[in-house]
Design a protein around this ligand. Structure first.
Ligand SMILES: [Zn+2]
Length: 310
């Protein structure tokens, strides 16, 4: 986000701007979450330091623990991924939404924070009823409550809602200079993935090394290559990821590598994507990767053959 946005955020947090509602928008990969979180914390913290939450007071600590009573995060739910009326005003029960409606939340005084904050992510997923009810609320703002909306589809948010919010575009920050080829490839240029890669350096470096060495294994190297590929899993540090999630991550990286190195092998790219889906669906890891690597090695050769034929 450009420096002037930085300044706007500081002004908002220090109460030098009267905006009650802010809408952050940007394309996929833009750090909407980061900016929305920064504003929410800054608004709530009773003693912000240099235009940002102090990070140390009970309000900030409650936010760290995700247990703040003054913060109401809302995101789409259910099979249709919608934000329905139930989130905005009291109404019929919804088994999948058990938080208080915004209408109740904003009329109560803050427990600890300076102001109460409602955050609505993917605001474009509000259905018509919810959007219209929210619009009414934005037209009559409460003194001690503020709202933060985020969206990757600005056109999906009512123009009347946009006009009641301070709308701030969030750009994808340029990839830091000096990124190596592996990080550039696996991070797909997004900050979230970059962070993930930096937090597991051994895993990603080894995965990249294995992939780069595959063509050198020769025509009969498929099973050896598959085995080495699977072994990389052991380098994942920490226990927060399930084996299935790590396998899916390995396949995501393999897919990116194949797309970059073997753009001629479209069916193979499809096959990697298919195995990725099957692994997420709990298919056997070796059972899926052995044939995939056989196909990969066949594709290496096809390329060589087609080069000879020319
Ligand atoms: Zn604080």
């Amino acid at each position: 986000m450009p420096a002037d946005h930085d300044l706007i955020l500081q002004k908002l947090i220090l109460g030098q701007s009267s905006a009650q509602s802010v809408l952050f928008y940007g394309t996929e990969g833009a750090p909407l979450d980061q900016w929305a979180d920064r504003l929410a914390r800054g608004w709530m913290c009773p003693q912000p330091v240099e235009g940002a939450a102090c990070g140390e007071c009970p309000v900030c600590l409650a936010m760290d623990r995700r247990s703040s009573l003054d913060y109401l995060p809302i995101r789409p739910w259910g099979a249709q991924r919608l934000i329905k009326l139930r989130a905005v005003v009291a109404g019929s029960n919804d088994a999948e939404y058990d938080a208080p409606p915004i209408s109740e939340f904003v009329t109560r005084s803050p427990f600890q924070a300076r102001v109460r904050v409602v955050r609505i992510d993917d605001a474009d997923r509000m259905n018509a009823d919810a959007a219209n009810a929210l619009l009414k609320m934005l037209e009559e703002p409460q003194a001690r409550a503020k709202m933060i909306l985020t969206t990757q589809q600005l056109s999906g948010v009512l123009a009347t809602i946009q006009s009641r919010c301070l709308c701030l575009a969030v750009a994808i920050p340029p990839a830091p200079e000096g990124l190596d080829a592996m990080t550039l490839l696996f991070s797909e240029g997004t900050p979230g993935l970059l962070q993930r890669i930096e937090s597991q350096p051994a895993f990603y470096r080894e995965l990249y090394r294995i992939l780069e060495e595959l063509p050198g294994l020769g025509p009969s190297g498929a099973l050896l290559g598959a085995e080495r590929f699977r072994d990389v899993e052991k380098l994942w540090e920490g226990e927060d990821w399930t084996a299935r999630a790590i396998h899916a991550e390995q396949l995501r990286c393999l897919g990116l590598w194949v797309r970059q190195r073997m753009p001629y092998a479209a069916p193979l790219i499809q096959e990697v994507a298919q195995v990725h889906r099957k692994i997420l669906g709990n298919a056997g890891w070796s059972l899926q990767t052995d044939p995939l690597f056989c196909a990969l090695f066949r594709a290496f050769q096809t390329k060589e053959l087609s080069a000879v034929a020319k």
